[in-house]
Ligand binder design. Sequence first.
Ligand SMILES: [Zn+2]
Length: 249
Amino acid sequence: MPNESYGTKLLRFWVPDLWSGLWLLFGLAPLFFFETFIHEGLHWLTAQASGGSPVLIPFAHFNTSFGRNINGATMDSPGFIAMPQFVAFLLMVGVILLFVFTSPRSRFLRLVLTWWYLGLAVDLLFNTGRGLVGAFKEGTDWAKFAADAGSGLAVFLSWLVLLAFLSQLVWIAFSRWHENRPPAAGFFDFRPFAIFLAAVSLIAVILSFTVSHPAIVRNWWFWMIWIWQLASLAWAVFYIVRVTARSQP
Ligand SMILES: [Zn+2]
């Protein structure tokens, strides 16, 4: 599909066809958990390596030690505070290189990479966005990093993150990603991705109750995200059953 226009390439990156675009939306709740888990997991690993005894809370809740609703937290975590941002940046650059230089034929692999790229980009931009204008929000990773390393460096790196994300507007024009794009998908073509999302949502639904810490308050924010997660799980399971029943003779 080398003769497509610039705009078509940009559109078809995010929405290769209607159903793939919808499955990206169906994947938002599991993506929220997955990316939070990666982010907090990096805090957790950093704290472990620094000799701490951290507690990883990979779900939305009200946290009494932060005093507000948060997407996830790692309690009692010493060590380099901005590790998730630095690692997420390297991962985002890595995924971009895959988009530029490769073109897998697998619909599943393409969807998973696009899905995770969205998670990495949103996590990074959400964390560093206010740093673009030096307006660090007190208590956040990036504010602590700015206090330790200097706000000049934090502002510079915030712009680097945004430019890396916006670089899509340049590389989309010559990337190889479009070359092996599968033909438009139908309703029944997403079982592997549905199984993957169901597994992620199931882990999220369970961990929301098995992790405990005195700072966790399960308020309306917790329940809203949890019900969203449960609904995503229910949809994925319904879809898997539906598709599997159809493929039986
Ligand atoms: Zn963090």
